[in-house]
Design a protein around this ligand. Structure first.
Ligand code: SF4
Ligand code: SF4
Length: 73
């Protein structure tokens, strides 16, 4: 299930996705949590167009920075 979702995750082509995240092969932040080490500049978020986002009924964005929806304020 997670592997299947990783294949659908749109983070990799997202403009906010950076070398730090790429180096850690980090994806699927909406499920696995925010990036533990990387720092960010917000440049847009591809999540609202992602099939995982739609399938899970998510409503927010920038999961790489903010973590999964349940943990957000
Ligand atoms: S969570 Fe959103 S902003 Fe972060 S890398 Fe993925 S698509 Fe881009
Ligand atoms: S909603 Fe965002 S973090 Fe979650 S799988 Fe899609 S692109 Fe990746």
């Amino acid at each position: 299930m997670t592997e299947e979702n990783r294949g659908k995750c749109l983070c990799e082509p997202c403009p906010t996705y950076n070398e730090c995240m790429r180096a850690g092969d980090e994806l699927l932040f909406c499920l696995t949590g925010r990036s533990p080490e990387c720092t960010f500049e917000k440049k847009g978020c591809a999540c609202p167009a992602c099939p995982v986002f739609l399938a899970l009924g998510l409503r927010k964005a920038y999961y790489c920075i903010k973590g999964p929806e349940g943990g957000q304020q």
